[in-house]
Design a protein around this ligand. Structure first.
Ligand SMILES: [Zn+2]
Length: 452
């Protein structure tokens, strides 16, 4: 697959390094040495001894950045891109997404996982937190191991489903299954793969399941509790009817909020709920494209940041986006707030950090990834910003806005995870594009026939 082997020393010589370290350093004239999957040293260009390396990647026209981290995606849904348009959240789930996910088998889930991982890698995302789906959770986890990407996944938990009756399981089955999956997959793939416990959302889970899942999680340190919260007003009305509480108040009352909980969305929250998020150090995964496409609203992100609440970014599912590009999310995360909070809010450097080191912190892997620093794992992206639609300035001043506002996934040239090249010169070393697209079409046709 990759030309390099474990144990080989590699050297990347970029034009600049945008480190995302605590000082936001931008380095020039520095090469990055990689040994056993880690950044082992920074070497000044004058001191390079090329003969010491199994591979020297001369990237003198490219910018080196940390791999992007997306804290909310749905690999199982990528196959359904373009098939769930112009619907609000609960209708989108009832009429489209739950019937589609319910019709998955091993083969269709495997190909949607491959298509997703491919799209994420091609766009420079090296780590993700996946919501999973109800069945065959092992298929996605195994493909994550095989592909070489880094991430968290696990089966999605549903033991109540008023929206689509067939798409659920029993509380006991759910509890047994997550224990087994976590035992089999947590910390596998040389530590790249971690388990995430994923109750779908409050309306799809019994209180027993929500609480018991949090208990089981204690046996798997480093795992994440991943759910959706406070996405649309209609959903929140349903939550109020059922629990006589706001969504986050309910989660708080049953003890599932802490610093290992990631809540996707949080578009609509009260003062009291924001206080709970802050006090519990709970993480928010902001998905601006999905929030706009489903008409859910605009999350008050500048307010969360001001109050010291952790916010990171995710593309959510392909059918509510319709893309898995971190560049779209970064651009929107900034632009949608400016008319509300002012032009100075959500500057490009803040957004860049949300998509890199802050993502790593949210998932408690900041000692391993999220920035380009000696001692960290080599999860790296090389970008070509030398195009007609990028900035013409060589100064550091323009670098963040050039990445956030002027770039797309097309600017990504090469991607490395754990010191292994997975994308090189825009060629995937993992997947054959024609093959996975044609297999995707084939499995989608079969899946649609399985829906009654
Ligand atoms: Zn989602």
């Amino acid at each position: 697959m990759s030309k390099s082997k474990i144990g080989d020393k590699l050297l990347i010589i970029p034009q600049k390094i945008v480190t995302a370290d605590s000082k936001n350093r931008i380095l020039k004239g520095i090469a990055v040495e990689i040994t056993d999957g880690k950044i082992s040293s920074f070497v000044s260009k004058e001191e390079i001894q090329k003969e010491n390396y199994a591979e020297v990647y001369n990237a003198s026209n490219l910018i080196l950045i940390p791999g992007f981290i997306q804290t909310h995606v749905h690999l199982s849904q990528t196959l359904f891109r373009g098939l769930a348009e112009d619907l609000p959240l609960l209708e989108w789930l009832r009429l489209k997404i739950f019937p589609f996910e319910n019709a998955h088998n091993n083969e269709s889930l495997l190909i949607t996982a491959k298509l997703s991982i491919n799209e994420l890698l091609m766009g420079g995302t090296t780590t993700f937190l996946d919501m999973g789906t109800l069945r065959y959770g092992e298929v996605v986890l195994q493909e994550m191991i095989d592909s070489g990407i880094r991430g968290f996944s696990g089966k999605c938990l549903i033991d109540i489903n008023d929206l689509y009756l067939e798409f659920k399981s029993s509380t006991n089955e759910e509890i047994n299954e997550i224990r087994n999956l976590a035992q089999n997959y947590h910390n596998t793939g040389d530590g790249r793969i971690k388990y995430s416990f994923s109750p779908r959302f409050v309306l799809s889970c019994t209180e027993e399941l929500l609480k018991e899942t949090k208990e089981i999680m204690k046996d798997f340190p480093g795992s994440i509790y991943h759910t959706h919260s406070s996405e649309s007003l209609q959903e929140i009305d349903e939550v109020r009817k059922r629990f006589h509480k706001e969504n986050i108040e309910y989660f708080n009352s049953i003890g599932v909020l802490d610093d290992h909980t990631v809540l996707a969305h949080c578009v609509h929250t009260s003062d009291n709920e924001r206080k709970m998020l802050k006090d519990r150090n709970t993480r928010i995964a902001h998905c601006p494209s999905a929030n706009m496409k489903l008409g859910s609203g605009i999350a008050p992100i500048p307010q969360y940041l001001k109050e010291g609440i952790s916010v990171t970014l995710g593309a959510d599912g392909a059918p509510c986006n319709n893309n898995l590009s971190i560049f779209n999310e970064m651009r929107l995360a900034s632009l949608i707030q400016k008319p509300i909070y002012g032009a100075e809010s959500m500057d490009a450097q803040t957004i860049f950090r949300m998509a890199t080191i802050e993502g790593a912190k949210a998932l408690h892997i900041q000692d391993e990834v999220g920035s380009v620093e000696v001692g960290k794992k080599a999860d790296l992206v090389l970008m070509d910003l030398d195009s007609y639609s990028n900035s013409y300035s060589d100064s550091d001043e323009s670098i963040y806005s050039d990445i956030i506002f002027s770039s797309t996934t097309e600017n990504v040239r090469s991607v490395m995870v754990d010191g292994r090249w997975l994308i090189k010169g825009r060629e995937s070393l993992v997947y054959e594009h024609k093959e996975i697209i044609s297999k995707g079409r084939e499995e989608l046709t079969k899946l649609m026939k399985r829906i009654r």
